[in-house]
Design a protein around this ligand. Structure first.
Ligand code: TXA
Ligand code: MG
Length: 315
């Protein structure tokens, strides 16, 4: 029988070599990170960046995150500052993205940053993406590997679901450990969270020892503008379903084990819940449920990021 997943490969030296070659030739590859899977291309190539936007059906005005393995390489494209170094020391490599000013020598394709004078950079912490970045002479522009406005992928098969054979290689490294996208922090002025994530605003405040800005910024992350992270069926927050054909996402130990109940974390662990969020929504959709109801999830730490994604999915 023909293997329909023939473009999904597991991690080994040979695959990394091929991936590096394909990326150098301007191709787009599906790669794992600790947050979600990404759609990677040469950030210095206008052509590669164009392919990413086209594959994702992403609006041009929504900039991409540029991924590096080392500070030294990032230093060639952005102006690093003290706050960056403090946060880097505490959290990187890891699920934190920094918005910084672009420097005048930067080779990043202007389309990758939607012609802004700022760049979002990240140092992902996953053995595959790090092995690839290490061997490349350029950084990777890498949005989540899903069609724009839908759920981010947390394993190689989720990537396949959206792009099939349109990408030559998808490297499989199991389920993404964190399961939701990185925290985005703007460091171009008073630090400000643009997208909440596992690293919370209090983690950042405690590290920098400054209060964060709560002002609404002119530049918004995509989900701030419209519907995002959508599973493709209605999501209703804070209510219980009345029918069995409606799924109920719950959290903690007080819930029953009914066939339409999906518990994000029986032990009420918000990190575990975040890791299960997209996985669970995809499962519910695949099982044919018509609607998703969601129980209340504590709005603290990773719970803030979970509620942010749920709220946008419910629009
Ligand atoms: O965890 C992640 O960050 C994943 C993995 C693959 O690294 N990537 C990811 O990329 O979530 P994407 O494209 O799905 O989301 C990028 C976010 C968007 O909200 C975008 O608006 C914001 O980063 N962004 C990118 N460049 C920006 C900039 N210069 N200023 C402000 N926001 C920016
Ligand atoms: Mg995304």
């Amino acid at each position: 029988m023909k293997n329909i997943y023939s473009n999904i490969h597991s991690f080994n030296k040979k695959v990394i070599k091929k991936t590096v070659l394909f990326l150098k030739q301007g191709n787009i590859i599906g790669l794992p990170t600790e947050t979600v899977y990404g759609l990677a291309g040469n950030a210095y190539s206008k052509k590669a960046v164009k392919k990413i936007f086209k594959l994702k059906k992403r609006p041009n005005r929504n900039p991409l995150i540029i991924h590096y393995d080392k500070i030294k390489k990032a230093n060639q494209d952005v102006i690093l500052n003290k706050k960056f170094f403090k946060l880097y020391k505490n959290f990187c490599p890891g699920p934190l993205t920094f918005v910084l000013k672009k420097n005048k020598f930067s080779k990043i394709a202007s389309s990758a940053t939607a012609n802004l004078n700022t760049v979002a950079i990240r140092f992902p912490n996953n053995r595959v993406i790090r092995a690839v970045l290490k061997q490349l002479p350029f950084p990777l522009a890498m949005p989540s590997a899903n069609i724009s406005s839908t759920l981010s992928p947390v394993n190689a098969f989720d990537v396949f679901d959206d792009f099939k054979k349109k990408i030559k290689i998808i490297i499989n490294d199991g389920s993404s450990k964190i399961g939701i996208e990185s925290t985005v922090v703007d460091l171009t002025g008073k630090p400000k969270i643009l997208r909440p994530g596992i690293i919370s605003s209090s983690d950042i405040r405690n590290c920098l020892k400054v209060n964060l800005s709560r002002k609404k910024s002119k530049l918004k992350s995509p989900g701030l503008l419209k519907k995002h992270y959508s599973p493709g069926i209605p999501v209703i927050i804070g209510k219980k379903p009345k029918k069995l054909e409606h799924a109920y996402i719950v959290f903690g130990k007080k819930f029953k084990n009914l066939s339409n109940y999906f518990n994000l974390s029986k032990k009420a662990d918000l990190k575990e819940a975040a890791a299960n969020l997209y996985k669970t929504m995809r499962k519910i959709k695949k099982k044919g449920f018509k609607k998703i109801f969601v129980a209340k999830i504590p709005n603290l730490g990773p719970g803030i990021a979970i509620n942010d994604r749920l709220k946008r999915a419910s629009r």
